[in-house]
Ligand binder design. Structure first.
Ligand SMILES: NC(=O)c1ccc[n+]([C@@H]2O[C@H](COP(=O)([O-])OP(=O)(O)OC[C@H]3O[C@@H](n4cnc5c(N)ncnc54)[C@H](OP(=O)(O)O)[C@@H]3O)[C@@H](O)[C@H]2O)c1
Length: 293
């Protein structure tokens, strides 16, 4: 299933995420995904595995142009010149000469001016043909309004935390109003059950509503969540390093959810974010240096 971005570029709706995929497992995960039929990989400078993503793409035997490669600029590389150089670092590690989608990993509230300058560098990279589309991540409506007021190119994508327990209707509405595609991170609620991230969290994977809908269709809770994203027009980028789960997460094109099922999933929203607040400056994390290629 393909989605058309606001500049006419098409992107496979479902991609493989690689946050927390250890570098030594990332090449195999990318190979497994591409063998399964995925044609879209979402990585980031901050994940430390762009090199291994590139190796997986090359060893798949597919043409570069058959795979939609998405990566993210980290905050320590914000600023016009710094972000132009971040493209050199990312493409050098990935071993590619263009990116399909390059996004700012998050707004940096302590340096929003540099965030804007970074986006202007993305506009330059887009004009030069070094990226096919540009966008943002973790932008709330007020960040988007500030960005749109200061720049020329409307982001193609806003990648945000989005799963049945946290659906961000206000962000989705603003994205839609501006023609920005909403892309779901933690689309199967990974952040509600990542090992070591707080055992007291409510685990979306154990939700009885999802289990019941899954039972009706002979599908797993993960497959129900991914189908819900796709039917509501979002991109989703589930992460797995396990070949069986990589395949399971792609098994979502042979059934449909009805309006009642979609509404029942929508009703699970708690309005409570699991990930970091995008308005919080996480200075230690922001300072992480992205190595040269
Ligand atoms: N922009 C941002 O700030 C941001 C933040 C977070 C994530 N992301 C992106 O979004 C991607 C996905 O989000 P995520 O990694 O946070 O969470 P996710 O994809 O919702 O969930 C990943 C977790 O679910 C497990 N899993 C995968 N498939 C499963 C299945 N079918 N059944 C049960 N468990 C399953 C994975 O473990 P196994 O690997 O063991 O299968 C992993 O622990 C990331 O990889 C990254 O690319 C972006």
């Amino acid at each position: 299933m393909e989605l058309t971005l606001n500049n006419g570029v098409t992107m496979p709706a479902l991609g493989l995420g690689v946050f927390q995929s250890p570098p030594e497992q990332t090449t195999a995960a990318v190979e497994a995904a591409l063998a399964t039929g995925y044609r879209h990989i979402d990585t980031a400078a901050a994940y430390g595995n762009e090199r291994e993503v590139g190796e997986g793409i090359r060893s798949s035997g597919l043409d570069r142009s058959d795979v939609f490669v998405e990566t993210k600029v980290w905050v320590s590389d914000y600023g016009y010149d710094e972000t132009l150089h971040a493209w050199d670092k990312a493409t050098g590690k990935l071993g590619v000469d263009y990116l399909d989608l390059l996004i700012l990993h998050q707004p940096a509230p302590d340096r929003f001016g540099k965030t804007i300058a970074a986006y202007k560098a993305l506009e330059t990279l887009l004009a030069d043909g070094r990226v096919r589309a540009i966008g943002v991540s973790n932008f709330m409506p007020h960040h988007l309004e500030q960005l749109l007021a200061a720049t020329d190119v409307v982001p193609a994508v806003n990648q945000v935390e989005l799963h049945p327990f946290f659906t961000q209707p206000a962000v989705q509405a603003v994205d839609t109003d501006h023609g920005i595609l909403t892309q779901a991170w933690s689309p199967i609620g990974g952040i509600t059950f990542y090992p070591g991230w707080g055992e007291s969290r409510r685990n979306v994977m154990e939700d009885p509503t999802l289990a019941a809908i899954g039972h009706t269709h002979g599908k797993s809770p993960a497959q129900i969540m991914l189908r819900w994203h796709l039917e509501q027009g979002r991109s989703a980028i589930p992460k797995s390093t396990n070949p069986a789960r990589i395949a399971e997460n792609f098994g979502v094109f042979d059934f449909e959810l009805n309006a009642d099922e979609l509404a029942a999933i929508d009703a699970l929203d708690t309005g409570v974010r699991n990930g970091p607040d995008p308005d919080e400056a996480r200075l230690e994390r922001f300072a992480m240096v992205i190595p040269e290629a």
